[in-house]
Design a protein around this ligand. Structure first.
Ligand SMILES: [Zn+2]
Length: 133
């Protein structure tokens, strides 16, 4: 099934939220959403939306990419600890490599991943950028 661009655009907000699960027993947060708690095994969990804010634990810089993604080089991949406690590995954008440092504050941002040349749809994904305190 093809999805028309306006529909994709309308759903964008919901498709790219950071939805996690929160354990009603121990309070552990799992991202992405899990139907059971990975800490205590409890299946009584609720959906919770994460703030998208956190800090950069560590990062690596890649100078290689798969075909078609050369324009985005070098790419920075970060390990981010979100304020709610969950950890996520995601691309870091809008930041000069020599200004990156561990423990920098970061926030989620929606960015273009690629444009599908067949139907013209733009694929979006969640990336992170460094923010001032
Ligand atoms: Zn739990």
């Amino acid at each position: 099934m093809k999805i028309a661009p306006p529909q994709v655009w309308r759903n964008k907000k919901f498709m790219y939220k950071l939805i996690a699960s929160k354990c009603r027993k121990c309070g552990n947060i799992d991202f992405p959403y899990s139907p059971y708690c990975t800490k205590c095994g409890n299946s009584d969990v609720e959906k919770t939306e994460l703030s998208g804010k956190g800090k950069l634990v560590t990062f690596t810089v890649s100078y290689q990419s798969r075909e078609g993604f050369e324009k985005s080089l070098p790419s920075i991949i970060g390990l981010i600890r979100l304020d709610e406690g969950a950890e996520i590995i995601a691309p870091i954008v809008d930041t000069e490599i020599d200004k990156l440092k561990e423990n920098a504050r970061v926030e989620a941002t929606l960015r273009r991943v690629y444009t599908d040349s067949y139907n013209g749809l733009i694929q979006y994904g969640i990336k992170f950028r460094v923010v001032e305190e």
